[in-house]
Ligand binder design. Structure first.
Ligand code: ZN
Length: 659
């Protein structure tokens, strides 16, 4: 019996391993936009072209060892009885959401065990298409979850070259085109049609079937008009009671961030091309939080840093920005993408990636079961756990790191390569028929130096587009021993030369400390793409255990209510930088790779209200206490944190307590 089990396990592993090896496709020529679609600045490389290295590979491995690699073993919604596996269980969005992250993780890590988990789901959808062209569980009558599964199928095709994907998608889109006049988009699908548009354009670029563009227009006509909505943006902060509709829903807006850029490819309309910028400007003005994303707990909540943002919105905004950056080639979109990837993405999860929050707060003085001033969310929302408040994020969080990794490098329209975001990785692609490998070694975003080793199989002339972030000062790029001239923050720097195997590019992006003004005149501190938060002592208290996942409250064991002593014009003078080794879990409270030392003063008048830090008092502030040293650590390393500080003013005569 034991022998039999061992043998079956052995054969199972071997089959999976062979499957993984056979799955690696040959480097293929890039698929660009096919007329009449407008050209993109960049093109996302097929999944598995960019592989993680260094600390980022550790993050993906930790993810595989955490909830992502094991969720189906104990969470029935993505377990073996899922209707997406032919069972009688969940048959709506949760299976596809999970696959949308598990699949790229599995192939980016070349992990046979994870690939073996992915395959039955994909096979079931591909092999059970009904004669009319419909796919997915028979009981599902909603277009929305299929939109997610289409994203899964495109990634699967890119990773494996599987010949079933394109015919299934063609037949499905023909079916949908026939059905939409009588079975129109409803509910979520009205607001999320642009997520299907991404897959539809992906297929059009591969087949050139003009009927797909007709379907794109059908979806647009039935879908929500996001551009018009943002041209008359009705919110100026927190929604009023009763306004909690689809139009104010955070995840809908995070997904909608891709609409203008994708639709521009179809419309060629300059107002669509500039639509992404308009959306971001409105969100920045009325709803932005200091962690790089807007507030929505579950709906728009204004700029108070004690409001929250849902983890689904974090990962969906990242995916939207990845697509936007490809179309528009705007380096500032890369700055935004990095800010979300390095701050709220890891900040909403425990360092071991087993537990997550539904809503995270930039000013998060307490994590507890309690009634907070959310727009509509419940008392569990800021717990770290399995499915605090609602299980959507439990199913959907997985796409964050893998899709970010896959998007680090893109092909440029001028037959070169472009950096979307910096992190340790390697990219393998084909340029003008020649295999090219670029290895990126860096401790970024914890360090300011990035090294590239460029290795074409034979000497080859092509351009590299290096993103020079808007926040850097006096950047330096040395390529093949030559100093690049004319580097400007907030632009792409293009280097075209003949590259030979092993050529080095050394990039230095100095990261001055910045003080960013925000809500009520408060400041947050940034350095490079990292946002910094007050380190607060954390006491973790377990509420319950579900399988391997615990739900946690976190209580502060040190003060949190400080005003910050900072020279707004020249913050480096009052804040010192200290580097430490990069641990395997870099986003940890006790030994973060970089920390800032600053001076601050307790403000007894700043207290907890409704289990959250009250809004930061309008500065300049002072108190009768003394200045004290404080440590700021990366936002995501601080699960209790203060990110927006009132600014200390000069002491008034007489206000100090007599000593
Ligand atoms: Zn969610």
């Amino acid at each position: 019996m034991d022998n039999d089990l061992t043998r079956r396990t052995f054969l199972g592993c071997t089959a999976a391993t062979i499957g993984a090896l056979a799955a690696a496709p040959q480097l293929e020529d890039l698929v660009k936009n096919r007329p009449p679609l407008a050209a993109s600045a960049f093109y996302r490389l097929p999944l598995t072209s960019v592989k993680p290295a260094g600390w980022l590979k550790d993050q993906l491995r930790i993810q595989a060892e955490g909830i992502t690699g094991h969720l189906g073993e104990f969470w029935p919604d993505v377990g073996s009885n899922s209707a997406w596996l032919g069972g009688s269980g969940e048959g709506w969005e949760r299976g596809p959401y999970y696959l949308d992250g598990l699949l790229p993780l599995a192939y980016l890590l070349d992990d046979p065990k994870l690939i073996a988990k992915v395959k039955p789901w994909v096979d079931w959808t591909l092999d059970r298409q009904r004669p009319d062209g419909s796919i997915g569980p028979e009981k599902n009558k909603d277009w929305w979850p299929i939109m997610i599964m289409l994203k899964v199928l495109t990634q699967f095709q890119e990773a494996t070259g599987d010949a079933r994907v394109i015919p299934v998608m063609e037949k499905y889109f023909a079916y949908q085109s026939r059905m939409l006049p009588t079975e129109p988009l409803k509910s979520w699908a009205i607001y999320r049609w642009q997520d299907e548009l991404a897959s539809l354009l992906w297929l059009y670029n591969r087949t050139g079937d003009a009927k797909l563009l007709d379907l794109a227009h059908q979806l647009k006509a039935q879908g929500f008009d996001w551009r018009k909505f943002y041209e008359h943006f009705p919110f100026t902060g927190r929604i009023a009671p009763g306004q909690d509709k689809h139009e104010s829903h955070g995840v809908n807006h995070a997904m909608a961030l891709k609409t203008a850029a994708l639709w521009y490819l179809v419309s060629h309309d300059p107002a669509d091309r500039s639509g992404t910028e308009l959306m971001l400007a409105m969100l920045d003005k009325f709803e932005s939080l200091p962690n790089g994303i807007f507030s929505a707990d579950e709906h728009f909540a204004g700029r108070n840093p004690s409001q929250g943002i849902e983890l689904c919105a974090v990962v969906e905004a990242m995916f939207s920005l990845e697509l936007d950056l490809a179309v528009l080639g705007d380096p500032r979109l890369g700055d935004r993408l990095e800010k979300i990837a390095f701050n709220p993405l890891p900040g909403g999860q425990t360092a071991d990636q087993w537990s997550h929050q539904y809503d995270q707060q930039p000013n998060q003085a307490l994590v507890s079961l309690g009634r907070r001033d959310w727009t509509t969310n419940g008392p569990e929302s800021n717990l770290f756990g399995l499915e605090p408040n609602f299980g959507c994020c439990t199913a959907n969080l997985h796409q964050g790191w893998p899709k970010f990794t896959a998007s680090l490098w893109m092909a440029s329209a001028d037959d070169g390569l472009a950096v979307a975001a910096y992190a340790p990785c390697e990219v393998r692609t084909k340029i003008k028929g020649v295999d090219v490998l670029v290895e990126e070694d860096t401790g970024y975003p914890f360090r300011d130096k990035i090294g590239l080793t460029v290795s074409p199989a034979s000497p080859l002339r092509f351009p590299l587009h290096l993103r020079i972030p808007e926040w850097t000062r006096d950047p330096v790029v040395v390529a093949g021993g030559q100093n690049a001239e004319g580097l400007r923050p907030g632009t792409y720097h293009r280097i075209e030369r003949e590259w030979r195997k092993g050529d080095r590019v050394e990039i230095t992006l100095p990261m001055p400390v910045r003080a960013i003004e925000g809500f009520n005149g408060s400041v947050s501190v940034e350095r490079g793409p990292l946002v910094y938060s007050l380190r607060i002592g954390e006491a973790w208290s377990k509420l319950k255990q579900t399988g391997p996942v615990a739900d946690w409250e976190v209580y502060p064991t040190s003060p949190w209510n400080y005003g910050l002593r900072v020279d707004l014009k020249n913050p480096s003078t009052s804040i010192q930088v200290r580097e430490a080794p990069i641990a395997r879990q870099p986003f940890n409270n006790s030994s973060p790779p970089v920390a800032l030392e600053a001076k601050a003063r307790r403000l007894p008048q700043w207290v907890i209200v409704d289990d959250s830090a009250a809004p930061p008092p309008q500065g300049p502030v002072t108190s009768r206490l003394e200045d004290a040293p404080v440590t700021l650590i990366p936002y995501a390393a601080a699960r209790l944190r203060i990110t927006s500080f009132p600014v200390l003013g000069p002491d008034q005569p007489g206000i100090r307590e007599p000593q």
